[in-house]
Design a protein around this ligand. Structure first.
Ligand code: BGC
Length: 735
């Protein structure tokens, strides 16, 4: 056994593997394309449409219950059944929010968007989507309301945990994989929230004032990738206004969606986000969803009063020329219905809570956890006798909270359980809560004292804290963190955790594990901690993944998808932009300078850069070269990057490709991410990855000609390991 292993190892050491990343991706695309049938049924769609009366058509363009839009019984057109959410099929909420507790509606609780994106593994995005799609099919859902791809503009946004990144390319590529995965199961995805829904404060009426350049370069591309690469079937418009018009009837946004992106599927409003009849009919959403706004109560809505219900019938009767707008909407909806097999019954049955699904949840957590600091303490030494686990997140469960993305997890392994399982028999594990979530956000003297006493008895402290979702007893109340409907009120970790962490890290070696949709304010414990892990919300197997990383059976490979600054005012949205605005408008003065695009110019406030994450092994980059030095505008730039695992653990690194225009003006970013690939390397192994950078990589928005152009000139192709760690810069010319 030993002998053959050695043989294998020497073979690996000798072989240089060549991977063409685009081939891998093409294989996935092929699988996914089989699920993309949006335009395959135009004849049937047109004939069905011709059979429908105006009243029947109008039934289809608004809600018929809390999570369905109308069908037409006479013609055998069923309702469209939707469900949240981005990281697991939501529990049942009944037709009109009348809960039905008798249904068995547990689901796989996957890591949330921020943890998925931290894997930087496109293939895993696809697997994640496949699990979600299969479970949705099994629960008879036609549309999954996710992924959420809004840009992480400020750490305070209550929904960052659902979103993916501060960078549109990373968000778009990870979303495309997810979408293909879901749709390969015959279920539609609904990419949300279109657009510029970057805060929850006053989300129902705030007007995001954003320049066209910032929209095109930062806030729209993730949706573009979702459409062009993911072939997403549906899209959800946001609650807010963009440049003066509600997103659900925003002429500019719909022009971009339909004409620039070529979207052929259906758009759905966020719940209660429609505000008008004629504008929405002409250049707005295809389906008005929600229950409360237009009429009645949440439990007893009158769907006929919706903006896209009786008022449309009245309007069209008066202006028959408007019927074409209704037809266009119904056509888009019917395309989706055909694509998700509502008429041919060919959707796979799907499955739920299988071991394979739970394994995917685990894999995403293992790859999505980011090691930010390690002073030679991790993986943990096997001789440790006593560990003090401290912090409420060591035992907290997160699946059921956070707003509409709640999931009834079949189970959720907490970090404390998993640490006990991993080290329990050989190591003495003590636990103290340290702080207790409470409405005032206060720390507790009693719990602090207890935690310090427990810490004193141990060789080291594993602190497990950070953010949580809304407080358990105040689901829709005022006291929310990392939850829909409200932004965080402070960048300080709640319940005076920094004070507690400062005290603990001063007396014992401390490993700090931070949960949340963002990091928090810099304090002394960051310097004093021996190791720091950022885990986002790692799903039902999150505890297991944390324990494996602590023990070293899994080598961390997650990379930050957002920049971490020391204090709130160091973030561009707060330093040069506006947040949360003046109750009416929020002006995006930070323009295109979100995240690293800002910190590239302004490094002083930066704590951890975008794309950063440590490993237990070391990587050495070898030959990096492009196939040529001069290209014409439409030519593909081929780039070979070779990397070797030079350390003592098998592990993975993420090769990040940024493009920089050599002589750029100050309104443009210093560099922008245009390629990435996660490479898995055994000890001693070398791989060469080929990137093919197409014209998309070199284009930018020209605000005068109002289109995407490649400006001829010199560019740098930058190979990096984070926004701050550049391995090599190659100059090329585009003529
Ligand atoms: C959220 C959406 C969600 C919808 C349905 C809204 O409040 O913003 O993300 O999909 O509710 O639950």
């Amino acid at each position: 056994m030993l002998k053959s292993n050695k043989k294998l190892l020497s073979l690996i050491l000798l072989t240089t593997l060549i991977i063409n990343v685009n081939n891998l991706w093409a294989q996935q695309s092929k699988i996914a394309l089989e699920g993309n049938q949006l335009l395959n049924y135009e004849t049937q769609v047109d004939s069905l449409l011709r059979l429908m009366t105006l009243e029947e058509k109008v039934k289809m363009i608004h809600a018929s219950s809390s999570f369905t839009s109308g069908g037409v019984k006479r013609l055998g057109i069923p309702e469209l059944v939707m469900s949240d959410g981005p990281h697991g099929v939501r529990m049942e909420h009944g037709r009109d929010w009348n809960f039905d507790d008798t249904t068995e509606d547990s689901a796989t609780y996957l890591p949330t968007g921020i943890t998925l994106a931290s894997t930087w593994n496109k293939k895993l995005g696809f697997e994640y989507g496949t699990v979600l799609g299969s479970e949705a099919a099994n629960r008879n859902k036609d549309i999954i309301l996710g992924p959420g791809v809004n840009i992480i503009r400020t750490p305070l946004n209550g929904r960052n945990f659902e979103y993916l990144s501060e960078d549109p390319f990373l968000s778009g590529k990870m979303a495309a994989g997810y979408i293909k995965g879901v749709q390969s199961q015959g279920v539609a995805t609904c990419v949300k929230h279109y657009d510029a829904n970057n805060q929850e404060t006053l989300r129902g009426k705030i007007n995001a004032v954003v320049s066209e350049t910032a929209l095109q370069e930062i806030y729209l591309p993730a949706f573009r990738y979702a459409v062009e690469e993911g072939n997403v079937y549906t899209i959800m418009t946001a609650y807010n206004k963009v440049n003066g018009e509600y997103c659900s009837n925003n002429e500019y946004l719909f022009k971009v969606l339909h004409e620039q992106f070529g979207f052929k599927g259906a758009s759905v409003s966020d719940w209660g986000a429609v505000h008008s009849t004629l504008p929405t009919l002409k250049h707005g959403v295809d389906i008005e969803m929600g229950t409360e706004l237009s009429s009645g109560t949440r439990q007893n809505p009158n769907y006929n009063n919706f903006f896209l219900a009786d008022p449309v019938i009245k309007l069209v009767k008066k202006h028959p020329e408007y019927e074409k707008y209704v037809d266009e909407k119904v056509k888009r909806i019917l395309r989706v219905m055909y694509a998700v097999h509502l008429f041919d019954g060919k959707r796979p049955k799907g499955s739920r809570n299988t071991d394979a699904h739970h394994k995917t949840a685990l894999k995403v957590a293992e790859e999505g956890i980011v090691l930010l600091k390690n002073d030679n303490i991790l993986p943990l030494n096997k001789d440790i006798k006593t560990i003090a686990v401290i912090g409420d997140n060591a035992t907290a469960k997160h699946a059921g909270q956070g707003g509409s993305s709640q999931v009834k997890a079949l189970y959720e392994i907490t970090p404390l359980e998993a640490v006990k399982k991993q080290f329990g028999t050989k190591v003495n594990i003590l636990y103290a809560r340290g702080y207790e979530p409470n409405k005032e956000g206060k720390g507790s003297e009693k719990l602090t004292k207890e935690a310090l006493e427990v810490a004193k008895k141990a060789d080291l402290v594993i602190y497990i804290g950070g953010w949580l979702h809304n407080l358990p007893d105040a689901m829709w109340g005022k006291y929310r963190y990392d939850s829909e409907g409200r932004d965080k009120q402070s960048y300080e970790f709640p319940f005076e955790q920094s004070k507690l962490m400062n005290k603990l890290s001063a007396i014992k070696p401390m490993i700090t594990i931070i949960f949340g949709g963002s990091f928090g304010q810099y304090d002394k414990w960051i310097d004093d901690s021996k190791a720091i892990l950022f885990v986002g919300y790692p799903g039902m197997e999150g505890g297991t993944a944390i324990a494996e990383i602590l023990a070293g059976s899994v080598n961390p490979s997650g990379k930050l998808t957002f920049s971490i600054a020391k204090k709130l005012n160091d973030y561009p949205a707060h330093h040069i932009g506006e947040f949360p605005g003046n109750k009416k408008d929020v002006v995006y003065k930070d323009e295109i300078f979100t995240g690293y695009r800002y910190f590239d110019n302004e490094k002083s406030g930066l704590l951890y850069p975008f794309g950063f994450g440590l490993s237990y092994t070391t990587f050495k980059y070898g030959e990096i070269k492009t196939d040529k030095k001069k290209y014409s505008t439409n030519e593909i730039v081929k780039l070979n990057v070779s990397v070797t695992n030079t350390g003592n653990f098998d592990g993975a690194d993420v090769i990040q490709i940024y493009i920089r225009r050599k002589n750029t003006n100050s309104a443009k970013p210093i560099k922008a991410l245009k390629g990435f690939e996660k490479v898995y390397l055994k000890k001693g192994e070398t791989k060469t990855v080929t990137f093919q950078l197409d014209k998309d990589a070199f284009m930018s928005w020209n605000k005068i000609s109002k289109n995407w152009v490649t400006e001829p000139g010199d560019y740098y192709v930058i190979v990096a390991r984070s926004a701050n760690e550049i391995i090599k810069k190659i100059k090329i010319t585009i003529k």
